[in-house]
Design a protein around this ligand. Structure first.
Ligand code: UD1
Ligand code: UDP
Length: 373
Protein backbone atom coordinates (compact mmCIF):
# COMPACT_ATOMS: atom_id res chain seq x y z
CA UNK A 1 0.00 0.00 0.00
CA UNK A 2 1.40 3.39 -0.99
CA UNK A 3 0.26 6.67 0.45
CA UNK A 4 -0.29 9.21 -2.33
CA UNK A 5 -0.94 12.86 -1.48
CA UNK A 6 -2.44 14.95 -4.29
CA UNK A 7 -2.07 18.73 -3.98
CA UNK A 8 -3.91 21.26 -6.14
CA UNK A 9 -5.51 24.66 -5.76
CA UNK A 10 -6.93 26.20 -8.94
CA UNK A 11 -9.76 25.31 -11.30
CA UNK A 12 -7.68 23.76 -14.10
CA UNK A 13 -5.58 21.67 -11.73
CA UNK A 14 -8.73 20.38 -10.06
CA UNK A 15 -10.33 19.47 -13.40
CA UNK A 16 -7.24 17.46 -14.33
CA UNK A 17 -6.51 15.95 -10.88
CA UNK A 18 -10.02 14.87 -9.84
CA UNK A 19 -10.11 12.05 -12.44
CA UNK A 20 -6.83 10.81 -10.94
CA UNK A 21 -8.19 11.06 -7.38
CA UNK A 22 -11.13 8.93 -8.48
CA UNK A 23 -8.87 6.38 -10.16
CA UNK A 24 -6.65 6.01 -7.07
CA UNK A 25 -9.69 5.76 -4.82
CA UNK A 26 -10.92 2.87 -6.97
CA UNK A 27 -7.79 0.90 -6.01
CA UNK A 28 -8.06 0.85 -2.17
CA UNK A 29 -5.87 -2.24 -1.83
CA UNK A 30 -3.03 -0.43 -3.58
CA UNK A 31 -3.31 3.20 -2.52
CA UNK A 32 -4.16 5.36 0.44
CA UNK A 33 -5.22 8.55 -1.30
CA UNK A 34 -5.04 11.89 0.55
CA UNK A 35 -6.18 15.16 -1.04
CA UNK A 36 -4.90 18.59 -0.01
CA UNK A 37 -6.31 21.67 -1.71
CA UNK A 38 -4.52 24.97 -1.18
CA UNK A 39 -7.57 27.09 -1.98
CA UNK A 40 -5.51 29.33 -4.30
CA UNK A 41 -8.88 29.63 -6.01
CA UNK A 42 -12.05 29.45 -3.95
CA UNK A 43 -15.38 29.50 -5.81
CA UNK A 44 -13.84 28.21 -9.04
CA UNK A 45 -12.12 25.36 -7.18
CA UNK A 46 -15.18 24.44 -5.15
CA UNK A 47 -17.25 24.22 -8.36
CA UNK A 48 -14.95 21.47 -9.63
CA UNK A 49 -14.72 19.57 -6.34
CA UNK A 50 -18.49 19.50 -6.19
CA UNK A 51 -18.86 18.41 -9.82
CA UNK A 52 -16.51 15.44 -9.26
CA UNK A 53 -17.70 14.69 -5.72
CA UNK A 54 -14.17 15.01 -4.32
CA UNK A 55 -13.94 15.96 -0.62
CA UNK A 56 -10.46 17.21 0.36
CA UNK A 57 -8.76 15.97 3.52
CA UNK A 58 -6.95 19.31 3.91
CA UNK A 59 -7.91 22.79 2.74
CA UNK A 60 -5.30 25.52 3.26
CA UNK A 61 -7.97 28.12 2.35
CA UNK A 62 -5.40 30.56 1.01
CA UNK A 63 -7.31 32.75 -1.40
CA UNK A 64 -7.41 36.48 -0.68
CA UNK A 65 -8.80 39.03 -3.13
CA UNK A 66 -5.93 40.66 -5.01
CA UNK A 67 -3.43 38.04 -3.81
CA UNK A 68 0.10 38.38 -5.15
CA UNK A 69 2.24 35.52 -6.39
CA UNK A 70 4.37 35.93 -3.25
CA UNK A 71 1.30 35.67 -1.02
CA UNK A 72 0.29 32.39 -2.63
CA UNK A 73 3.84 31.00 -2.63
CA UNK A 74 4.39 31.80 1.06
CA UNK A 75 0.97 30.46 2.04
CA UNK A 76 1.54 27.14 0.29
CA UNK A 77 5.06 26.73 1.69
CA UNK A 78 3.85 27.42 5.21
CA UNK A 79 0.74 25.26 4.95
CA UNK A 80 2.34 22.28 3.23
CA UNK A 81 5.06 21.80 5.85
CA UNK A 82 2.67 20.54 8.51
CA UNK A 83 0.59 18.49 6.05
CA UNK A 84 3.74 16.66 4.95
CA UNK A 85 4.84 16.15 8.58
CA UNK A 86 1.47 14.74 9.51
CA UNK A 87 0.88 12.52 6.49
CA UNK A 88 4.42 11.42 5.55
CA UNK A 89 3.29 10.35 2.07
CA UNK A 90 5.29 8.01 -0.18
CA UNK A 91 4.77 10.39 -3.07
CA UNK A 92 3.12 13.77 -3.65
CA UNK A 93 1.42 14.45 -6.99
CA UNK A 94 1.23 18.01 -8.27
CA UNK A 95 -0.08 19.24 -11.58
CA UNK A 96 1.09 21.54 -14.33
CA UNK A 97 2.37 25.03 -13.73
CA UNK A 98 0.51 27.02 -11.11
CA UNK A 99 1.97 28.71 -8.06
CA UNK A 100 0.30 26.02 -5.96
CA UNK A 101 2.17 23.32 -7.91
CA UNK A 102 5.49 25.14 -7.77
CA UNK A 103 5.35 25.87 -4.04
CA UNK A 104 3.99 22.43 -3.12
CA UNK A 105 6.78 20.76 -5.09
CA UNK A 106 9.34 23.03 -3.39
CA UNK A 107 7.96 22.05 0.05
CA UNK A 108 8.39 18.41 -0.88
CA UNK A 109 11.94 19.06 -2.07
CA UNK A 110 12.77 20.74 1.25
CA UNK A 111 11.27 17.83 3.19
CA UNK A 112 12.75 15.19 0.86
CA UNK A 113 9.42 13.78 -0.20
CA UNK A 114 9.28 12.33 -3.76
CA UNK A 115 7.23 14.35 -6.24
CA UNK A 116 5.27 13.12 -9.25
CA UNK A 117 4.58 15.79 -11.86
CA UNK A 118 1.33 15.29 -13.74
CA UNK A 119 1.39 17.16 -17.08
CA UNK A 120 5.18 17.34 -17.06
CA UNK A 121 7.41 18.64 -19.84
CA UNK A 122 5.31 21.40 -21.41
CA UNK A 123 7.58 24.21 -22.57
CA UNK A 124 7.58 27.51 -24.39
CA UNK A 125 11.22 28.11 -23.31
CA UNK A 126 10.19 31.75 -22.73
CA UNK A 127 10.01 32.67 -19.03
CA UNK A 128 7.86 35.72 -19.83
CA UNK A 129 5.10 33.75 -21.58
CA UNK A 130 3.12 32.30 -20.03
CA UNK A 131 4.19 34.20 -16.94
CA UNK A 132 4.89 32.92 -14.32
CA UNK A 133 3.81 29.45 -15.45
CA UNK A 134 6.83 28.64 -17.61
CA UNK A 135 9.05 29.14 -14.55
CA UNK A 136 6.74 27.10 -12.35
CA UNK A 137 6.65 24.08 -14.63
CA UNK A 138 10.40 24.08 -15.19
CA UNK A 139 11.06 24.20 -11.44
CA UNK A 140 8.59 21.42 -10.72
CA UNK A 141 10.34 19.29 -13.31
CA UNK A 142 13.72 19.98 -11.67
CA UNK A 143 12.58 18.56 -8.32
CA UNK A 144 10.38 15.70 -9.57
CA UNK A 145 10.99 11.97 -9.30
CA UNK A 146 8.19 10.89 -11.64
CA UNK A 147 7.43 12.73 -14.87
CA UNK A 148 4.01 12.02 -16.36
CA UNK A 149 4.22 13.59 -19.81
CA UNK A 150 0.96 14.05 -21.70
CA UNK A 151 2.50 13.70 -25.18
CA UNK A 152 5.64 12.53 -27.00
CA UNK A 153 6.56 16.20 -27.50
CA UNK A 154 6.55 16.86 -23.76
CA UNK A 155 8.53 13.64 -23.20
CA UNK A 156 11.13 14.84 -25.72
CA UNK A 157 11.39 18.18 -23.87
CA UNK A 158 12.13 16.33 -20.64
CA UNK A 159 14.70 14.00 -22.19
CA UNK A 160 16.42 16.98 -23.83
CA UNK A 161 16.85 18.39 -20.31
CA UNK A 162 18.47 15.16 -19.14
CA UNK A 163 15.62 13.61 -17.18
CA UNK A 164 16.14 9.83 -16.78
CA UNK A 165 14.38 8.05 -19.62
CA UNK A 166 13.09 5.25 -17.36
CA UNK A 167 11.20 7.73 -15.16
CA UNK A 168 9.35 9.62 -17.91
CA UNK A 169 6.02 8.10 -18.91
CA UNK A 170 3.75 9.26 -21.73
CA UNK A 171 0.25 9.00 -20.30
CA UNK A 172 -2.00 11.40 -22.23
CA UNK A 173 -3.59 14.34 -20.44
CA UNK A 174 -5.94 13.63 -17.54
CA UNK A 175 -8.06 16.59 -18.72
CA UNK A 176 -9.19 14.41 -21.60
CA UNK A 177 -10.27 11.75 -19.07
CA UNK A 178 -12.56 14.39 -17.57
CA UNK A 179 -14.04 15.27 -20.95
CA UNK A 180 -15.28 11.71 -21.40
CA UNK A 181 -17.48 12.07 -18.31
CA UNK A 182 -18.92 15.53 -18.95
CA UNK A 183 -20.06 15.98 -22.58
CA UNK A 184 -23.60 14.70 -22.96
CA UNK A 185 -25.91 14.14 -25.90
CA UNK A 186 -29.07 16.31 -25.64
CA UNK A 187 -27.53 18.79 -23.14
CA UNK A 188 -29.35 22.11 -22.98
CA UNK A 189 -29.04 25.41 -21.09
CA UNK A 190 -30.93 28.74 -21.26
CA UNK A 191 -27.81 30.51 -22.61
CA UNK A 192 -27.48 27.98 -25.42
CA UNK A 193 -31.17 28.40 -26.22
CA UNK A 194 -30.61 32.18 -26.40
CA UNK A 195 -27.79 31.61 -28.91
CA UNK A 196 -29.50 28.97 -31.00
CA UNK A 197 -29.84 29.90 -34.67
CA UNK A 198 -26.66 32.02 -34.53
CA UNK A 199 -23.04 31.03 -34.83
CA UNK A 200 -21.93 30.54 -31.24
CA UNK A 201 -18.67 32.13 -30.13
CA UNK A 202 -17.27 31.04 -26.76
CA UNK A 203 -14.80 33.42 -25.12
CA UNK A 204 -12.49 33.07 -22.10
CA UNK A 205 -9.48 35.15 -21.00
CA UNK A 206 -7.44 35.40 -17.83
CA UNK A 207 -3.66 35.17 -18.37
CA UNK A 208 -1.62 37.46 -16.16
CA UNK A 209 0.66 38.53 -19.01
CA UNK A 210 -2.46 39.66 -20.92
CA UNK A 211 -3.86 41.84 -18.10
CA UNK A 212 -4.01 45.52 -19.03
CA UNK A 213 -3.59 46.69 -22.64
CA UNK A 214 -3.48 43.26 -24.37
CA UNK A 215 -6.80 42.26 -22.84
CA UNK A 216 -8.43 45.51 -23.94
CA UNK A 217 -7.12 44.87 -27.46
CA UNK A 218 -8.56 41.36 -27.50
CA UNK A 219 -11.99 42.46 -26.36
CA UNK A 220 -12.14 45.41 -28.77
CA UNK A 221 -11.29 43.14 -31.68
CA UNK A 222 -13.97 40.61 -30.71
CA UNK A 223 -16.61 43.31 -30.48
CA UNK A 224 -15.66 44.90 -33.81
CA UNK A 225 -15.84 41.57 -35.64
CA UNK A 226 -19.15 40.61 -34.08
CA UNK A 227 -20.66 43.99 -34.94
CA UNK A 228 -19.86 43.19 -38.58
CA UNK A 229 -21.36 39.68 -38.35
CA UNK A 230 -24.99 39.89 -37.16
CA UNK A 231 -25.40 36.10 -37.31
CA UNK A 232 -23.08 35.62 -34.30
CA UNK A 233 -23.75 35.44 -30.57
CA UNK A 234 -21.08 35.10 -27.92
CA UNK A 235 -21.04 33.67 -24.42
CA UNK A 236 -18.21 34.69 -22.14
CA UNK A 237 -18.05 32.85 -18.78
CA UNK A 238 -15.79 35.32 -17.06
CA UNK A 239 -12.92 34.49 -14.71
CA UNK A 240 -13.35 35.84 -11.16
CA UNK A 241 -10.21 37.97 -11.28
CA UNK A 242 -11.48 41.56 -10.71
CA UNK A 243 -8.92 42.95 -13.17
CA UNK A 244 -10.26 40.72 -15.93
CA UNK A 245 -13.82 41.68 -15.06
CA UNK A 246 -13.07 45.39 -15.18
CA UNK A 247 -11.47 45.15 -18.64
CA UNK A 248 -14.27 43.00 -20.04
CA UNK A 249 -17.05 45.23 -18.77
CA UNK A 250 -15.25 48.35 -19.98
CA UNK A 251 -15.01 47.02 -23.56
CA UNK A 252 -18.03 44.75 -23.92
CA UNK A 253 -20.90 46.22 -21.90
CA UNK A 254 -23.81 47.48 -23.99
CA UNK A 255 -23.28 44.93 -26.77
CA UNK A 256 -26.29 42.67 -26.41
CA UNK A 257 -25.13 39.80 -28.66
CA UNK A 258 -22.37 39.02 -26.16
CA UNK A 259 -23.38 37.66 -22.76
CA UNK A 260 -20.89 37.88 -19.92
CA UNK A 261 -21.84 35.22 -17.38
CA UNK A 262 -20.30 33.78 -14.21
CA UNK A 263 -17.85 30.88 -14.48
CA UNK A 264 -19.63 27.73 -15.56
CA UNK A 265 -19.12 24.49 -13.75
CA UNK A 266 -17.00 22.06 -15.71
CA UNK A 267 -19.91 19.92 -16.85
CA UNK A 268 -21.68 22.96 -18.28
CA UNK A 269 -18.53 24.45 -19.77
CA UNK A 270 -17.56 21.28 -21.63
CA UNK A 271 -21.05 21.09 -23.08
CA UNK A 272 -20.88 24.78 -24.08
CA UNK A 273 -17.63 23.99 -25.89
CA UNK A 274 -19.28 21.08 -27.67
CA UNK A 275 -22.14 23.39 -28.76
CA UNK A 276 -19.92 26.26 -29.92
CA UNK A 277 -18.71 27.10 -33.42
CA UNK A 278 -15.55 29.05 -32.57
CA UNK A 279 -13.59 29.50 -29.34
CA UNK A 280 -11.43 32.53 -28.55
CA UNK A 281 -9.26 32.03 -25.50
CA UNK A 282 -5.90 32.44 -23.79
CA UNK A 283 -6.50 29.36 -21.63
CA UNK A 284 -4.17 26.38 -21.56
CA UNK A 285 -6.65 23.61 -20.80
CA UNK A 286 -9.12 24.71 -23.45
CA UNK A 287 -6.37 24.27 -26.06
CA UNK A 288 -6.29 20.60 -25.10
CA UNK A 289 -10.01 19.99 -24.92
CA UNK A 290 -10.98 21.74 -28.16
CA UNK A 291 -9.10 19.44 -30.56
CA UNK A 292 -10.87 16.41 -29.07
CA UNK A 293 -14.18 18.16 -29.76
CA UNK A 294 -13.13 19.40 -33.23
CA UNK A 295 -13.64 23.06 -32.29
CA UNK A 296 -11.53 25.77 -33.95
CA UNK A 297 -9.67 27.86 -31.40
CA UNK A 298 -8.04 31.23 -31.88
CA UNK A 299 -5.41 31.34 -29.14
CA UNK A 300 -4.95 34.93 -27.96
CA UNK A 301 -1.36 34.50 -26.83
CA UNK A 302 2.10 35.00 -28.32
CA UNK A 303 3.37 31.54 -27.42
CA UNK A 304 1.90 28.13 -26.76
CA UNK A 305 3.25 25.12 -24.92
CA UNK A 306 0.65 23.04 -26.76
CA UNK A 307 2.13 22.77 -30.28
CA UNK A 308 0.31 19.47 -30.90
CA UNK A 309 -3.05 21.23 -31.33
CA UNK A 310 -1.49 23.76 -33.72
CA UNK A 311 0.01 20.89 -35.75
CA UNK A 312 -3.36 19.11 -35.74
CA UNK A 313 -4.83 22.29 -37.27
CA UNK A 314 -7.45 23.02 -34.59
CA UNK A 315 -5.52 25.81 -32.85
CA UNK A 316 -4.22 29.00 -34.37
CA UNK A 317 -1.94 31.30 -32.40
CA UNK A 318 -3.12 34.85 -33.12
CA UNK A 319 -1.46 36.94 -30.38
CA UNK A 320 -3.20 39.79 -28.58
CA UNK A 321 -2.79 42.67 -31.01
CA UNK A 322 -6.20 44.15 -31.86
CA UNK A 323 -5.68 44.09 -35.64
CA UNK A 324 -4.33 40.52 -35.61
CA UNK A 325 -7.25 39.19 -33.55
CA UNK A 326 -9.67 41.18 -35.74
CA UNK A 327 -8.15 39.81 -38.96
CA UNK A 328 -8.04 36.14 -37.90
CA UNK A 329 -11.48 36.13 -36.27
CA UNK A 330 -13.04 37.81 -39.35
CA UNK A 331 -11.33 35.31 -41.61
CA UNK A 332 -12.55 32.30 -39.66
CA UNK A 333 -16.13 33.58 -39.85
CA UNK A 334 -15.96 34.36 -43.58
CA UNK A 335 -13.74 31.64 -45.03
CA UNK A 336 -15.58 28.31 -44.97
CA UNK A 337 -12.56 26.34 -46.21
CA UNK A 338 -10.44 27.71 -43.34
CA UNK A 339 -13.26 26.94 -40.92
CA UNK A 340 -13.65 23.35 -42.20
CA UNK A 341 -9.89 22.76 -42.04
CA UNK A 342 -9.81 23.84 -38.37
CA UNK A 343 -12.88 21.82 -37.36
CA UNK A 344 -11.41 18.32 -37.66
CA UNK A 345 -11.51 16.41 -34.39
CA UNK A 346 -8.23 14.85 -33.26
CA UNK A 347 -6.82 13.53 -30.00
CA UNK A 348 -3.23 14.71 -29.64
CA UNK A 349 -3.67 14.94 -25.86
CA UNK A 350 -4.80 11.44 -25.10
CA UNK A 351 -7.45 8.79 -25.25
CA UNK A 352 -9.19 9.39 -21.92
CA UNK A 353 -7.15 6.79 -19.97
CA UNK A 354 -4.31 8.95 -18.63
CA UNK A 355 -5.28 8.51 -14.96
CA UNK A 356 -5.24 4.73 -15.28
CA UNK A 357 -1.74 4.85 -16.75
CA UNK A 358 -0.47 7.08 -13.94
CA UNK A 359 -2.01 4.79 -11.31
CA UNK A 360 -0.46 1.76 -13.03
CA UNK A 361 2.98 3.36 -12.88
CA UNK A 362 2.62 4.26 -9.20
CA UNK A 363 1.41 0.74 -8.46
CA UNK A 364 4.45 -0.90 -10.05
CA UNK A 365 7.00 -1.74 -7.29
CA UNK A 366 10.02 -0.86 -9.45
CA UNK A 367 8.71 2.67 -9.97
CA UNK A 368 8.84 3.38 -6.24
CA UNK A 369 12.64 3.48 -6.15
CA UNK A 370 13.31 7.18 -5.73
CA UNK A 371 16.38 9.03 -6.92
CA UNK A 372 18.27 8.14 -3.78
CA UNK A 373 17.29 11.04 -1.54
C1 UD1 B 1 -4.11 30.92 -11.77
C2 UD1 B 1 -2.81 30.30 -12.30
C3 UD1 B 1 -2.88 30.12 -13.81
C4 UD1 B 1 -4.13 29.40 -14.23
C5 UD1 B 1 -5.34 30.10 -13.65
C6 UD1 B 1 -6.56 29.32 -14.00
C7 UD1 B 1 -0.79 30.95 -11.13
C8 UD1 B 1 0.37 31.87 -11.10
N1 UD1 B 1 -1.70 31.20 -12.05
O1 UD1 B 1 -4.15 32.25 -12.27
O2 UD1 B 1 -1.74 29.37 -14.24
O3 UD1 B 1 -4.20 29.40 -15.63
O4 UD1 B 1 -5.21 30.17 -12.23
O5 UD1 B 1 -7.73 30.04 -13.83
O6 UD1 B 1 -0.86 30.05 -10.34
N2 UD1 B 1 -10.50 34.76 -7.81
C9 UD1 B 1 -11.66 34.66 -7.09
N3 UD1 B 1 -12.25 33.43 -6.93
C10 UD1 B 1 -11.75 32.31 -7.48
C11 UD1 B 1 -10.56 32.40 -8.23
C12 UD1 B 1 -9.94 33.63 -8.39
O7 UD1 B 1 -12.16 35.65 -6.57
O8 UD1 B 1 -12.33 31.22 -7.31
C13 UD1 B 1 -9.86 36.08 -8.00
C14 UD1 B 1 -9.14 36.57 -6.74
O9 UD1 B 1 -9.33 37.95 -6.64
C15 UD1 B 1 -7.67 36.31 -7.07
C16 UD1 B 1 -7.64 36.50 -8.58
O10 UD1 B 1 -8.89 35.99 -9.04
O11 UD1 B 1 -6.84 37.22 -6.41
C17 UD1 B 1 -6.51 35.81 -9.29
O12 UD1 B 1 -6.40 34.45 -8.90
P1 UD1 B 1 -4.95 33.72 -8.91
O13 UD1 B 1 -5.09 32.28 -8.56
O14 UD1 B 1 -3.98 34.50 -8.10
O15 UD1 B 1 -4.46 33.83 -10.40
P2 UD1 B 1 -5.15 33.36 -11.74
O16 UD1 B 1 -4.97 34.48 -12.70
O17 UD1 B 1 -6.48 32.81 -11.49
N1 UDP C 1 -13.64 25.93 -17.56
C1 UDP C 1 -14.75 25.77 -16.73
N2 UDP C 1 -15.65 26.80 -16.61
C2 UDP C 1 -15.49 27.97 -17.26
C3 UDP C 1 -14.33 28.14 -18.08
C4 UDP C 1 -13.43 27.12 -18.20
O1 UDP C 1 -14.94 24.71 -16.14
O2 UDP C 1 -16.34 28.85 -17.12
C5 UDP C 1 -12.66 24.83 -17.67
C6 UDP C 1 -12.17 24.43 -19.05
O3 UDP C 1 -12.98 23.43 -19.63
C7 UDP C 1 -10.77 23.92 -18.78
C8 UDP C 1 -10.34 24.73 -17.58
O4 UDP C 1 -11.51 25.27 -16.99
O5 UDP C 1 -10.81 22.55 -18.38
C9 UDP C 1 -9.40 25.82 -17.99
O6 UDP C 1 -9.17 26.63 -16.89
P1 UDP C 1 -8.54 28.06 -17.01
O7 UDP C 1 -8.79 28.61 -18.37
O8 UDP C 1 -9.03 28.82 -15.82
O9 UDP C 1 -6.99 27.80 -16.77
P2 UDP C 1 -5.80 27.30 -17.71
O10 UDP C 1 -6.22 26.05 -18.40
O11 UDP C 1 -5.48 28.42 -18.64
O12 UDP C 1 -4.67 27.07 -16.76
Amino acid sequence: MRKVLLVFGTRPEAIKMCPLVRELQMRPAEFECVVCVTGQHREMLDQVLEAFGVVPDYDLALMRPGQTLSDVTCGVLQGMGSVLDEERPDVVLVHGDTTTSFAAALSCFYQRVPVGHVEAGLRTHDLSSPWPEEFNRQVVDIVSDYWFAPTETSRANLLAEGKPVERVWVTGNTGIDALATTVREGYTHPELEWASGSRLILVTAHRRENLGEPMHHMFRAIRRVMEEHPNTKAIYPIHMNPEVRAAAHAELDGFDRLHIINPLDVLDFHNFMAASDIILTDSGGIQEEAPALGKPVLVMRDTTERPEGVEAGTLKLVGTDEEAVYREFSRLLSDSAEYAAMSKASNPYGDGHASERIADVLQTPSSSADKGR
